[in-house]
Design a protein around this ligand. Structure first.
Ligand SMILES: NC(=O)c1ccc[n+]([C@@H]2O[C@H](COP(=O)([O-])OP(=O)(O)OC[C@H]3O[C@@H](n4cnc5c(N)ncnc54)[C@H](O)[C@@H]3O)[C@@H](O)[C@H]2O)c1
Length: 449
């Protein structure tokens, strides 16, 4: 699919609501399913000795990735792009201070990443732009022969999810959604415990993104410039991947199981309205905004193997942070916030064990190996882990920990939750982006530094 069609589909979806949404659904279902995935499971591209990176969007999170990449051996940030020159100036400063050559800077407007993708000799284009730019940047990167990596969510429509899959397959390039929560210490310990069979068969999981972002959404800088706008456009789970990523790994999604269908429900939209009223005068333009995003979203996903996942989204109401992070197996349960574990036959019946007590025994090897190196990096070190693993996989020609199928299957929920909400929680099929390969795709193994 061309980029312009792609943009049009998304605009229609956002503007027209359910009619366009249903049309999009039909289009998604009738897509040709003829393209072959690379043989033997997931793509493993030729090894790259020095990974040359173009970074698009060097704001808060992009800046954090730039700092991480400067500490990772075997990569070089050769080009940077941002619509704000002060940010490419900042990136140039930190890159040269780290002893690397100055990157080429692209600051000529919101589509200047296209020039970066076309003109630069790069191996990877990595984007941490606002959500609406992830897909255009990734498609431009792949069509110009570069691997692509993006912040979350990878896409906001089912059509765009297919576009990423088709482009990755066509150009044989990685299209990776950088879900840092997959590298959280508790999440990785849970994966390790589950891999060892101690939880039995995981039958149900729960995850979410429950984060009071009201003050951030109303700032006149950074995310305040774009994140609140999405609350005026779409009543869906706009951020499903933090909660889903880790539980997907624990449930072998796209690697033995897959998301089959979803039902979703959203409650009233009050949090942002109340915040605006309490913080801005009556004549403020922020008081004139109309939000459609319900404050609490709850979705249920059924997998092809009959298992269940509950996903929640709430960024508009006062509450402490949580991603829930619960895995219920036939022999025990792990639950986050606070982190605790119950394994039948260990400890006292019916009593939680503090997860910290199990770290000595079950800490994921990657954390044991990288704890010190990751210290001080963004989000408790997990951002460094994901960047390190990305570069290592590219340098060694390995399949990446997260694949384009993970990016697509999780990000598709942005649109699907909105559509289910709009139609009395009607169940909706979640496309099988692997086209049947989920049955034989290799399991995610315990990865190392
Ligand atoms: N994984 C996480 O924990 C995490 C945390 C924060 C943000 N994020 C994600 O990172 C992304 C960026 O968020 P942020 O907090 O850094 O926001 P931000 O607003 O601080 O940064 C976005 C940057 O992109 C630039 N930009 C906007 N449009 C552009 C374009 N067309 N071309 C080039 N540059 C452009 C902006 O000028 C800005 O510098 C989002 O996708 C967000 O969801 C992820």
């Amino acid at each position: 699919m061309s980029e312009s069609t792609n943009d049009l589909d998304r605009r229609d979806f956002l503007k027209l609501g359910s009619a366009a949404v249903v049309a999009g659904a039909v289009a998604a279902r009738s897509r040709p399913t003829v393209q072959a995935q690379s043989s033997g499971g997931f793509l493993a591209a030729p090894p790259i000795d020095l990974v040359r990176i173009g970074f698009v969007g060097v704001g808060l999170q992009g800046g954090s990735h730039v700092n991480n990449l400067l500490k990772i051996p075997g990569c070089r940030i050769a080009a940077v792009c941002d619509i704000r020159k002060e940010r490419t100036d900042w990136a140039t400063k930190v890159i040269t201070e780290a002893g690397h050559p100055a990157p080429t800077a692209y600051t000529n407007g919101p589509r200047d990443f296209e020039r970066l993708c076309a003109d630069e000799d790069l191996d990877l284009v990595y984007t941490a732009t606002p959500w609406e730019w992830h897909v255009p940047v990734m498609l431009a990167a792949m069509s110009h022969g570069k691997h692509a990596a993006t912040e979350v969510p990878a896409a906001t429509s089912v059509e765009d999810c297919w576009a990423l899959v088709e482009s990755a397959e066509k150009y044989k390039k990685h299209a990776i959604m950088m879900e840092n929560c997959n590298y959280g210490r508790t999440e990785m310990m849970a994966f390790n415990i589950i891999k060892q069979g101690l939880l039995g068969d995981v039958l149900h999981a729960e995850g979410g993104y429950l984060h009071d972002l009201r003050s951030i959404k109303f700032e006149d800088r950074n995310e305040g410039l774009w994140r609140r706008a999405w609350a005026m456009k779409l009543n869906g789970n706009l951020y499903p991947t933090h909660g889903l990523g880790p539980v997907a790994n624990c449930m072998d999604i796209n690697r033995g199981d897959r998301y089959d269908y979803i039902v979703s429900m959203a409650g009233p939209s009050r949090g942002l309205q109340d915040w605006a009223r309490e913080h801005y005068p009556a004549d403020s333009s922020k008081r004139q905004e109309t939000y459609v995003l319900g404050d609490v979203h709850t979705s249920l996903v059924k997998t092809a193997n009959g298992k269940t996942i509950m996903v929640q989204f709430n960024t508009n109401l006062p509450r402490p942070y949580s991603r829930i992070n619960q895995m219920q197996g036939t022999k025990g349960i792990i639950q986050g916030y606070p982190d605790r574990v119950y394994i039948e036959g260990r400890g006292r019946n019916h009593q939680w064990v503090d997860a910290a007590e199990l770290r000595e025994e079950f800490d994921h090897p990657l954390w044991r190996e990288m704890d010190e190196r990751a210290a001080g990096a963004g989000h408790g070190g997990m951002d460094y882990m994901e960047d390190y693993r990305l570069i290592k996989c590219l340098r060694e020609g390995l399949a990446t920990d997260m694949t384009v199928y993970d990016a697509a299957s999780m990000s598709a929920l942005v649109e699907l939750t909105a559509r289910s909400n709009e139609s009395k929680s009607r169940p909706l099929d979640i496309p099988d982006f692997t086209r049947g390969q989920w049955r034989t795709n290799p399991k995610l193994e315990i990865v190392h530094a």
